[in-house]
Design a protein around this ligand. Sequence first.
Ligand code: HEC
Ligand code: HEC
Length: 422
Amino acid sequence: MVTAFAVACAGTRRAPDPYLSDAHFRRAALVASLVNTANGYSQLRISHYDTGDAEDWSRLPEWNPRVEGVRAGELDTPEGAKAEAPLGAGARPVAIDAAALDGDEASLVALGEEAFFRYPVQTSLSAETATVSRDTFARYGFWIDEKRGAGGLVRAETANGDRIFAYTCATCHSAYRGGKLVIGVGNDLLNLGRLAVDAAASPDSIAAARWLDWGPGRVDVSTSEGLEPVRIADVRPTRWLTHLHADATVAVRDRTALAIRLETLIVTSHHQLVRPPRIIALGLAAYLASLASELPTVPPQTEVELHGANVFHENCASCHVPPAFTGAPVPLHVVGTNSYIGLSPDRGTGTYRVPSLRGVATRGPLLHDASLPGLDAMFDPARTTSTYEGGRLGPGAVSGHPYGLRLREAERLALTAYLQTL
Ligand code: HEC
Ligand code: HEC
C-alpha cells in the first residue's frame, strides 16, 4: 500500500519547502504529477507552469486581497447581502506569518485553515441572486453556519477598490451531515448550475440546459463549456490518495503535487490573470492532509460488521486496499461506470480513480458522476435494470461497478454495515 504523503505532527518544523523557492523543483514536480500529458488539463499546465518564458504563470501578479466573510445575519436584512457593501473592520488578506514560511507545520496548517474559509477561489457574479434571504440562499444549497458564516462566501476587494463576491474552498467542500457542518465533505446540495441559469438575464437555452443538467452536488471545474460536471469531491481522505480527481488526472507522490494542483486551480479559475501566494497553496495542502484525522477509526465490532469485513476482503480489497481503502486507478472498461468523463480529451486518462472508502457513509452521493444517492442504492441489485428509479440523474439503469451486486441479501447487509464503520 502506498500512502500518498505523511502528515507531520503539530509542533514539527521542516526545512522551508523548496516548492516555495525553487522553480526547477516545481516544474519537475508538476511534470511528474501529470498522468496523461496529452489531455487538456496537462497541456495547459505544461505550457505555463514554471516554463521560464513569457507565458509563465509565475509572472502573474500575486493576489491576496482584503476579504471579509459574508455573515449569516446579512441574509436577514431587507436587501439581503450585497457584493458592493463596504468592507467591515475585520476585512484583511489571508494572514501570512513568518513561522509558516519558515517551515513550522502547525502555523502552516492554521494558515491553510484560514485560507480554506477566506481565500477567494472563484469570483461570482451570480451569487447575489442567492443572497437575497436565508430561504433563497438555502434553495441553491449554500450552507449557513452562525460561526463559519454564509456558505463560505466572501466579499473581496478588487485592484480598483470594487467589491465582488467569491466562493472559497468551503463553499463546495463543506456540508451539513446530521445537523453538523462537516468540513471537507462535498456539498451535495450546492446547485451552481441552477444559480447560473436564474442569475442570467436571458440565458441562451443551450447553455441553460447544460447548467441545469449539473443538478445539486455536481460542478464542472475543469472545462469552460460546462459539459463535464462531476461530483464535488469529499476531500477528507486526501492524505491517503495516490491520485486526485475522479479520472485520476494528477498523481500525488507528495504534498508538492497537491499544492501545485491547488495553485493551478486558483490560476485557472481566475482566468489566468492572477496567482495565489504559494504559501497559501502549500498551507491549503497541509490543512487538507490534516482533515483525515477527523475521520474516526471505529473497528468493526458487531457480528454483522465483522461478517461484512470478511465479505469486503473477499470482494473489494483488491482495489480498495486497506487501510486507506483506495488503490491503483482502474481502466474504464473494467469498472464499467459511465465512461464520458474518463474519455474526455480535456481531462481523461482512460481510468477512474478508486475512491477511498474512509468516511463513505457520510459522503453523500456516490460515483464520479454522483449518480447514486448512497450505499443502499450502490449495492441494490435492481440498479442495473432499465426500470430502476433510484438514480439521482433520472430513471433508468445505473450500470457498472458490478462488485457486490450478486451477494446474498445477508452478505449485502453485512457489507453495508461494515462500510458504515469506515
Ligand atoms: C466551485 C466548487 C469548488 C471549489 C470552490 C473548490 N473545489 Fe475542489 N473540487 C470541486 C470538484 C467538483 C472536484 C472534483 C473534481 C474531479 O473529480 O475531477 C474537486 C476536487 C478537489 C480535490 C481533489 C480531491 C479528489 O478526491 O480527487 C481537492 C484536493 C480539492 N478539490 C481541493 C479544493 C481546495 C483546497 C479548494 C480551495 C482552494 C477547492 N477545492 C475549491 C469543486 C470545488
Ligand atoms: C476492480 C476494482 C474494484 C473493485 C473490485 C471494487 N471497486 Fe469499488 N470502486 C472502484 C472504482 C474505480 C470506483 C469509482 C467508480 C466511478 O466513480 O465511476 C469505485 C467506487 C466505489 C464506491 C463509491 C465511492 C464514492 O466515493 O463514490 C463504493 C462505495 C465502492 N466502490 C465500494 C466497493 C465495494 C464494497 C466493493 C466490493 C463489493 C468494491 N467497491 C469493489 C473500483 C473497485
